[in-house]
Design a protein around this ligand. Structure first.
Ligand SMILES: [Fe+2]
Length: 388
């Protein structure tokens, strides 16, 4: 077995009904200098639990660099930060937590696309409370922001929240669409990180458990079943932990989609998933692929051609969630595909993608995604052009 390192700086509190006591306790030490970054749908939580704190209500827009810069200024002098919302809110709060301890403007600390350890000082105590089951951002070391039409990734040990409170009850009021869109993001993290060549014993264990939970509960969670939403909160948490193994091409293609269409991150990475798995199938280790088949297909897994069933299963999950399965459905212009391939290769390279790829390979995947060709899964991986 290959050696590995794994560590996060976040204490995880999981359980129904846990958020209220946890938030109150966290801010009680210095209630006047707390900044609460909160999603507009959960404004009441901020007002109710932190009446003397500064509230920043997030309107659901893409977390842009400009927005993060404003928040960075607002957070100066604060001694506690709380982020209550989806991945966007938590990613913004991560940046805010660094403002009180790092002088200057956000732009002074951010230079390139990846800004590892660009902050000299550790953040102030910071509590992340996810209200969706998807991004897993409460346990990751990255904040993803949009700057000049491209994603930038601020990562490093200083990005971890001090405490993550995952309370499934907060997800009970999500609409079916919100549940589907966030759930498929968690599912994408689990699949992509499982097949990543940077996976290790721990991240693989997280993925296997998370995938089993997700595959059995994604659709029921969308349909409002509370136990299924509890399960998806666990799957999302496991997916967040697994991202230490890094996501692969699906997330690159997802970013290239959202830089053209104002759609949710989950929709964009979800539509990419069957095609990216299809491309990578020949390069995934046999044992890993068999385990993936067993989790995804259960008893239906057959000796011959189960790869085809695996891709079909992914398309079926997307359809059952009411999510698009092709780029055409997303009204992406076919003439945009070459530029999208360029963007994936130049802006979002993936060292951990199992099968090597170049610009032409990405364009071919995008072609398949555009047509959403049933041929893609009917012929499986045995005779399509994606095979080396
Ligand atoms: Fe994601």
């Amino acid at each position: 077995v290959e050696g590995f390192e794994f560590g996060i700086r976040t204490k995880i509190v999981f359980g129904k009904g846990r958020f209220e006591g946890s938030v109150k306790q966290f801010i009680s030490s210095d209630p006047t200098r707390v900044l609460v970054v909160v999603d507009r749908h959960f404004e009441w939580v901020g007002r109710d639990l932190a009446p003397r704190s500064t509230l920043y209500i997030h309107d659901g827009k893409e977390p842009s660099f400009e927005l993060a810069s404003d928040l960075f200024r607002l957070a100066r002098g604060c001694t506690r930060i709380v982020g209550i919302g989806g991945g966007s809110v938590i990613d913004l709060a991560k940046v805010a937590a660094l403002a009180p301890t790092n002088p200057g403007e956000l732009a002074d600390h951010i230079t390139g696309i990846r800004s590892t350890n660009s902050f000299e000082n550790s953040p102030v105590p910071f509590m992340a409370v996810p209200t969706t089951a998807g991004s897993g951002s409460e346990v990751t070391w990255v904040s993803v922001l949009t700057r000049a039409g491209r994603k930038i990734f601020i990562n490093g040990d200083s990005m971890f929240p001090s405490v993550a409170v995952v309370d499934p009850e907060l997800t009970y009021t999500l609409t079916p669409e919100q549940s589907a869109v966030s759930g498929i993001d968690a599912f994408s993290h689990l699949v992509e990180c499982y097949i990543s060549t940077h996976s290790n014993t721990l991240t693989e264990a997280f993925c296997e458990k998370g995938l089993a939970l997700a595959v059995n509960n994604l659709v029921n969670a969308r349909n409002g079943k509370e136990e299924a939403r509890d399960a998806m909160c666990q799957a999302s948490l496991l997916g967040g932990l697994a991202t230490r193994a890094e996501t692969v091409l699906g997330h690159s293609i997802g970013y290239a989609i959202t830089s053209r269409k104002p759609i949710a991150h989950g929709i964009a990475v979800g539509v990419s998933l069957p095609y990216v798995l299809g491309y990578n199938l020949p390069s995934i280790k046999a044992e890993k692929l068999r385990t993936l088949g067993r989790i995804m297909l259960g008893e239906a897994q057959s000796e011959e051609g189960f790869e085809r069933l695996l891709l079909y299963r992914l398309l079926k999950i997307l359809a059952e969630l009411g999510l698009p399965v092709s780029l055409r459905e997303l009204t992406i212009d076919h003439s945009d595909l070459p530029a999208m391939a360029d963007e994936c290769v130049s802006s979002y390279p993936r060292l951990a993608n199992p099968k090597p790829y170049d610009r032409a390979a990405v364009e071919l995947i995008l072609e398949k995604m555009y047509s959403g060709s049933p041929f893609f899964y009917q012929t499986g991986v045995s005779d399509n052009k994606l095979r080396p």
